[in-house]
Design a protein around this ligand. Structure first.
Ligand code: SF4
Length: 241
């Protein structure tokens, strides 16, 4: 049986994907990238993470939880107080308004500030629920579904897209919603979560946008864009987002 949204890839492609996942997992384990385990906590964490550096949004999330210890307190906080608390994560007015709108909407739907009901819902239903919350994009919804609900989904962020392109798993060009869905559909469900977290780690540490370490990469023999010629430093793999 295939997972939600799966196409049926060729056996050789699946073998290659499994080998890539296996090597990445041996190198990086299964990093959670600091995502909280509760779905509502993670959703707010992800709103804060948009368009900013990891160190900044992690610090901002901790500061927010230390200062306003319940989501009710966050929802009811004066907007300028909330903006000040999350200032370091950038886009503070936009993010503060979105966070309070999301919390207001969840309380209206659930009668409480909790997303625990999602655990009993079908995967498509969960995606529909989350993407109907104010300003929640599909990528954010998939992250909540993966990190806190254990669903077989593949959120495609900038690192995943770049590494997938270099490995020949995705076509050249910019990420788009449709291309992200096509990549997810080509990956067997049981590999999606692992590939998401390890490709992020690989994209941050080895297969970076402007500097790769192909000569030390565990995927070098599987990678069509590997650059292992020491004289080719002037011709590195293409710069990708
Ligand atoms: S061989 Fe180079 S381009 Fe290919 S995945 Fe590894 S670091 Fe990235």
């Amino acid at each position: 049986m295939t997972s939600r949204g799966s196409t049926v890839p060729e056996a050789a492609d699946v073998r290659r994907l499994r080998e890539i996942e296996n090597r990445l997992r041996r190198e990086y384990g299964q990093p959670r990238h600091f995502n909280p385990t509760d779905p509502l906590d993670d959703l707010i964490f992800l709103v804060l993470s948009r368009m900013t550096q990891e160190v900044k949004y992690i610090r901002t999330y901790s500061r927010l939880r230390d200062s306003l210890s319940t989501w009710h307190a966050v929802r009811d906080a004066p907007p300028d107080e909330l903006e000040t608390l999350i200032h370091e994560a950038g886009l503070a007015p936009t993010k503060a308004a979105q966070i309070q709108a999301i919390l207001g909407e969840i309380e209206a739907r659930e009668g409480r500030l909790s997303l625990h009901r999602l655990r009993g819902m079908e995967t498509d239903e969960v995606e529909q629920y989350l993407t109907s919350l104010p300003g929640v994009a599909r990528k954010t919804a998939l992250c909540v579904m993966l990190y806190t609900l254990g669903r077989d989904v593949l959120p495609v962020d900038t690192h995943v897209w770049r590494v997938a392109q270099r490995l020949g798993l995705a076509p050249a060009g910019q990420w788009s919603e449709a291309r992200g869905r096509a990549l997810e559909a080509a990956v067997p469900g049981d590999l999606r979560g692992s590939l998401h977290v390890t490709m992020i780690a690989h994209g941050r540490r080895a297969c970076r946008a402007r500097a790769t370490t192909c000569e030390r990469c565990m995927l070098v023999d599987l990678c069509p864009t590997a650059d292992v010629n020491p004289r080719s430093a002037r011709h590195p793999p293409p710069v990708l987002p």
